[in-house]
Design a protein around this ligand. Structure first.
Ligand SMILES: Nc1nc2c(c(=O)[nH]1)N[C@H]1C(S)=C(S)[C@@H](COP(=O)(O)O)O[C@H]1N2
Ligand SMILES: [Mo]
Length: 253
C-alpha cells in the first residue's frame, strides 16, 4: 500500500539521454511507475506513462515545424486574469500589467540548493530557445505556434537540484496546480516561454510566462506561472490538483 513509486531521478534522466544517443532504450535502466491514486481507473495513465518511458528514448524530441506551418491559435481556459472573479487574482494581474510585468516574479523553491526568485528580465538574460511545435488540446483541437523562452533545465541548473529531487510542481496566478517528472522537466523542448510568434507572450496565452511541455497534452502547459517547487515525492495538488478533478496526471502525446 505504501510502496513508493519508482520515479526518474536527475541522474537517470541524464543516463537515459545518453543511452538514447547510443540506441539503448530507457526501459533497460529504469522502470518508472506513476502514482495510481489508489484508483483502478488510473491504470490507463500508468499504461501511457510506462509505454512512453520505456518505448521512447529519454530525450526524444517532438517534431518542429517551419514558419509556413504556423496556424491561428485559440486561447482557452483563463484568457485574462485581470477580469478574474477572485479579486486578489484580478488585482495582482492588473498590477503586473501596470508595471509591464516588472512586478512579476517566479519563485523557485523546494529541493534545490539555491531557492530564489526570478524577474522576467533575469529570465530573459539566460540562453533562450525558439521552437515551432504543435499544441494538442484535450478538447480536440490542435494549433501550431512558435515559442521562445528559457529551457526549464537552465533554471533548474541555476537553482541546483538536490539528488533527492524527482518532480517539478507548478502553480499559476489563476490557481492551477500541476507537476511533471524530471524527465519532462529536463527535456530540451520543455520551456518557460515568454515569447510567442516572435512577440511578447500575449495576455490570453499566459503572459508573462507559461510552460511548454511539448510531449504532453495541452493542459500540462500552464499559463500565468508564479511558482515552481521542486519535490522529492509527487504532490498531486489535493483538491486543487488535476487527478482529483478527473484529469490524468500524465498525458503523453
Ligand atoms: N494557468 C492556466 N494554464 C492553462 C490553462 C488555464 O486555463 N490556466 N488552460 C490549459 C489548456 S486546457 C490549454 S489547451 C492551454 C491553452 O493555451 P492557449 O490558451 O495559449 O491556447 O493552456 C493550458 N494552460
Ligand atoms: Mo486544453
Amino acid at each position: 500500500m505504501t510502496a513508493r513509486p519508482r520515479l526518474v531521478t536527475r541522474r537517470e534522466a541524464l543516463v537515459a539521454g545518453v543511452a538514447a544517443g547510443g540506441g539503448v532504450l530507457l526501459g533497460g535502466c529504469t522502470r518508472p511507475t506513476p502514482p495510481t491514486y489508489g484508483s483502478l481507473l488510473r491504470l490507463g495513465d500508468n499504461f501511457t506513462y510506462l509505454a512512453h518511458r520505456t518505448l521512447l528514448p529519454g530525450e526524444s524530441l517532438v517534431r518542429e515545424y517551419s514558419h509556413a506551418d504556423l496556424t491561428s491559435f485559440p486561447a482557452v481556459g483563463t484568457i485574462n486574469p485581470a477580469s478574474a472573479k477572485r479579486a486578489e487574482v484580478a488585482g495582482t494581474y492588473r498590477r503586473w500589467l501596470a508595471s509591464d510585468f516588472g512586478e512579476w516574479r517566479l519563485s523557485v523553491t523546494g529541493s534545490v540548493a539555491r531557492p530564489g526568485t526570478w524577474s522576467l528580465a533575469e529570465l530573459k538574460r539566460l540562453p533562450s530557445r525558439t521552437q515551432i511545435t504543435k499544441h494538442v488540446c484535450e478538447e480536440g483541437w490542435t494549433a501550431i505556434g512558435e515559442w521562445t523562452g528559457v529551457p526549464l533545465s537552465r533554471v533548474l541548473d541555476a537553482a541546483g537540484l538536490q539528488p533527492s529531487a524527482r518532480f517539478v510542481t507548478f502553480k499559476s496566478l489563476d490557481r492551477r496546480y500541476d507537476s511533471i517528472d524530471l524527465l519532462d522537466a529536463l527535456h530540451p523542448q520543455t520551456l518557460l516561454a515568454y515569447g510567442m510568434n516572435g512577440r511578447d507572450l500575449p495576455v490570453a496565452h499566459g503572459a508573462p510566462l507559461r510552460l511548454r511541455v511539448e510531449r504532453q497534452i495541452g493542459y500540462k502547459s500552464m499559463k500565468y506561472l508564479t511558482e515552481l517547487i521542486v519535490t522529492d515525492d509527487l504532490d498531486d495538488g489535493g483538491a486543487r490538483g488535476y487527478p482529483k478533478n478527473g484529469w490524468a496526471w500524465y498525458n503523453g502525446i
